[in-house]
Write a protein that binds this ligand. Structure first.
Ligand SMILES: [Zn+2]
Length: 575
């Protein structure tokens, strides 16, 4: 006799079996990863044992037993062998082509004296064609043990450099990108050698400075917009060099575990280049490009066209970059009170503030995010004011604006809570603190540094996420250095003990989030990336050691072991 309840159970079980057959669990995984700590940055399950992907999408993240159900004979297995995995890292503010060119040009990032720069240029002269320009970048006088004796306003003079390169023009950008250093030949080509006290006005540039010695002669240092006096004589890059730089930048990203990149300000020709690269299937980093805001015709063109949100998630253009002040190193950052080490000097406003308001309004009307560069407290305040005024004027369009301030480095205490209140996201490159904090105190004095410099924890506590990054090529692309700076607030030499203003340190979870989910949020992309969550894009970074538990003094030894982009392994560190 068959009881009714048995029939019920038979039916119920058959139903469940049928249901599980048609459930997505039967999807075949292309990749199965397990065997090491996997940090998801997903608050519903912060760590998982295994991840299964299908093509470029995450199918499953959870227990190894469940993940195995997606495995077929074709599934590629990656045993992490104890290595650590996180979501693919996002460089939240960098200059992609600058990164590529930097790999091609004279790299001065690690120089520690003026003599070293002179030696490197002397070497480059040997290999240069007659008259060929020697372009380099990355020097920083504050990283030198001592300034040359003939320094003017805290900067070296060109004579030593001119001596080793009498016939090749040389132009070397400051690490900040906000100043540059020319030799006599370069200045001669630009028509500046005749500069005397009487000739000064002829070469004055609004928003910039040609530095001069007591006799009125140029020292070789060009600040901010004055760099254009030389730049306009440097021959344009040819397309062969451009392609090479692009490929080098992609490779550098993969080597550094970077799968997405926020490119902070590109002009029309670079937009065209990126579109070509995407069409040629060479865009192997997810590009979130900001349109350079200096060119109003270009902006109008984009307002008409509307945001480009790529269905392939490879090239998205929906934001505008404005450059509103200079850098602290070259005393270009725009301050509320004058520089401690140059009284009476407040830095530069490099864009009329009415343009910020106008761009904010146009951004809201046309669906573009606005990202404004601001380092000094005055620049930060002025921009917050302009954003706020635009929000008041267009209250219906301001929802979900996600406007950003790039750097947000020095803030007046009154302005710190305004970020969260207005929903303005600070994009702060933690490694700048490591490099700049030792000398920033000379520029700003103790009070301003303690109350308003690199205020990560105060901003986070006020309820606004922070986007991290490196501002490459201002700093090397290395995310490990910036993560280390975030959690230690020390220089990369590990000083001082306990870190600078330690109450502003990020926790490791916050730091990882600033390089993943929060950076994705800053690009309206938190639904497709930034955490290891089913249905998101299969981008992962794998490290040789556990960045969430390794003792702080070993953190900088972390290496990128593997990078997975769009479901494919694009980099493996060879032993
Ligand atoms: Zn930048």
């Amino acid at each position: 006799m068959i009881r009714k309840s048995s029939i019920f159970w038979v039916l119920a079980i058959s139903f469940l079996l049928a249901a599980s057959c048609s459930s997505p669990k039967k999807q075949a995984a292309t990749l199965l990863l397990y065997g090491g700590p996997i940090y998801t940055v997903d608050s519903t399950q912060t760590m998982v044992e295994a991840v299964a992907t299908k093509d470029n999408i995450i199918l499953f993240a959870g227990s190894l037993a469940e993940a195995q159900e997606y495995k077929t004979a074709q599934t590629k297995i990656i045993d992490l062998e104890g290595k650590t995995m996180t979501p693919g890292l996002i460089e939240g503010h960098g200059h992609f082509m600058g990164l590529g060119y930097n790999e091609l040009e004279v790299d001065l990032l690690n120089t520690t004296s003026y003599q070293e720069i002179v030696d490197i240029v002397a070497e480059a002269v040997k290999n240069a064609e007659p008259g060929e320009w020697i372009i380099g970048r990355g020097w920083h006088q504050s990283k030198w043990d001592a300034l040359p004796e003939d320094a003017v306003n805290g900067f070296q003079t060109h004579y030593k450099l001119s001596k080793v390169s009498p016939d090749n023009p040389v132009f070397l950008s400051h690490a900040s990108g906000h100043a540059a250093f020319a030799n006599a030949k370069a200045m001669e080509i630009a028509g500046l050698q005749i500069l005397s006290k009487d000739g000064i006005d002829k070469f004055s540039v609004e928003g910039g400075e040609v530095m001069r010695d007591k006799t009125g002669r140029p020292t070789g240092i060009f600040n901010e917009r004055a760099t254009s006096l030389i730049w306009k004589h440097v021959p344009e890059e040819n397309s062969e060099k451009r392609d090479k730089a692009f490929d080098l930048a992609v490779a550098a990203c993969h080597r550094n575990g970077i799968t997405s990149f926020h490119d902070a300000g590109i002009a029309k020709n670079t937009i065209a280049l990126y579109e070509d690269k995407k069409a040629a299937n060479k865009m192997k980093v997810r590009m979130y490009a900001m349109i350079k805001g200096g060119n109003k015709d270009l902006l109008n063109e984009w307002y008409e066209r509307g945001p480009l949100v790529d269905p392939d998630n490879l090239l998205t253009i929906r934001s505008i970059k404005l450059s509103c002040d200079g850098a602290l190193g070259s005393r270009g950052a725009w301050l509320l009170e004058s520089y401690t080490d140059r009284p009476g000097h407040f830095g530069h406003e490099t864009l009329p503030m009415k343009d910020v308001k106008e761009t904010a309004l146009n951004g809201l009307r046309n669906g573009f995010q606005v990202c404004s560069h601001a380092i000094g407290d005055r620049a930060n305040r002025e921009i917050l004011d302009r954003y706020e005024a635009a929000f008041v004027e267009l209250p219906d369009l301001k929802t979900n604006h996600r406007f950003r301030i790039e750097h947000a480095q020095h803030l007046h205490p009154d302005d710190i809570p305004r970020f969260a209140k207005l929903g303005v996201i600070p994009a702060m490159q933690a490694v700048h603190m490591s490099s700049d904090r030792p000398w920033a105190i000379d520029r700003m004095g103790e009070k301003r540094i303690k109350e308003g410099a690199y205020m990560w924890q105060d901003l986070l506590k006020s309820g606004i996420p922070i986007i991290n990054g490196t501002d490459v090529p201002v700093e090397p692309l290395n995310p490990i250095a910036s993560l280390y700076a975030s959690i230690s607030r020390k220089t990369l030499k590990g000083t001082p003990e306990g870190g600078y203003e330690p109450e502003q340190k990020m926790t490791r979870e916050q730091a990882l989030k600033s390089y993943t989910l929060d950076a994705a949020y800053g690009a309206f992309e938190e639904n497709i990336k930034g955490s290891i969550t089913a249905k998101k894009l299969a981008d992962f970074t794998i490290y040789n050691q556990d960045i969430m538990t390794i003792p702080e003094d070993k953190f900088l030894k972390t290496e990128i072991a593997m990078t997975i982009f769009n479901g494919k392994v694009v980099y493996t560190k060879s032993d």
